[in-house]
Design a protein around this ligand. Structure first.
Ligand SMILES: [Fe+2]
Ligand SMILES: [Fe+2]
Length: 153
C-alpha cells in the first residue's frame, strides 16, 4: 500500500468516522464522473480544499471544511440510472445529500452550508462561509480534472 500524502492523512484524521461509515461503501460502488467513484471524488475534493486553504493562507475551520467536503455528494444513489427520483440530479442532489448527512452525522452550520450550496451557481443560493466557497471551487476543479483525465486531453 502506498504511503498517504499529508493532505490525505489530514482528511482521514478529521473525517475518520465518515470514511469508515457503512454508507461510504455505497459511494465507493457508484461512479461520479468518468471512471471516478463518488467516494474518490469527495475524498479528492476534501484534499484539494485543504490544499487551497493552505496555499491561500486562509484561516479556516479545517474540521468543518474536510467533513463538509467529504459529505458534499452524499446523495447515495447512482445518478446515471434512469429513475424518476433521480430527475434533475444536478439541481436536487445537494439537498438530498444534506438530508442524508443530517440523518447520519452531527453537522455544524458550516458543514451544512458546504453541502447545501456546493452546486452554486446551478443552485442559485450563494455559499455563506469561506469554507463553502473553497469546497464549491474545489468541486468544479476536481470535476473538470476527472473528465479531462478520462478523455486524456
Ligand atoms: Fe455535487
Ligand atoms: Fe462533487
Amino acid at each position: 500500500m502506498r504511503k498517504l500524502t499529508n493532505m490525505e492523512s489530514v482528511v482521514i484524521y478529521y473525517g475518520k468516522d465518515i470514511v469508515t461509515s457503512k454508507n461510504i461503501d455505497v459511494e465507493k460502488k457508484y461512479i461520479q464522473h468518468a471512471d471516478v467513484s463518488v467516494f474518490e471524488h469527495c475524498f479528492g475534493v476534501a484534499c484539494l480544499s485543504v490544499y487551497i486553504s493552505k496555499k491561500l493562507n486562509l484561516n479556516v475551520n479545517k474540521r468543518a471544511l474536510i467533513r463538509g467536503a467529504l459529505l458534499h455528494d452524499y446523495f447515495l444513489y447512482d445518478w446515471h440510472v434512469k429513475d424518476e427520483n433521480h430527475n434533475l440530479h444536478g439541481f436536487r442532489h445537494a439537498k438530498i445529500a444534506l438530508n442524508n448527512a443530517e440523518r447520519d452525522f452531527l453537522l455544524n452550520p458550516i458543514e451544512k452550508d458546504i453541502i447545501q450550496r456546493h452546486m452554486f451557481p446551478l443552485n442559485i443560493k450563494l455559499p455563506k462561509y469561506k469554507e463553502s466557497i473553497i469546497v464549491c471551487a474545489a468541486d468544479k476543479i476536481c470535476t473538470l480534472w476527472e473528465m479531462l483525465t478520462y478523455i486524456r486531453i
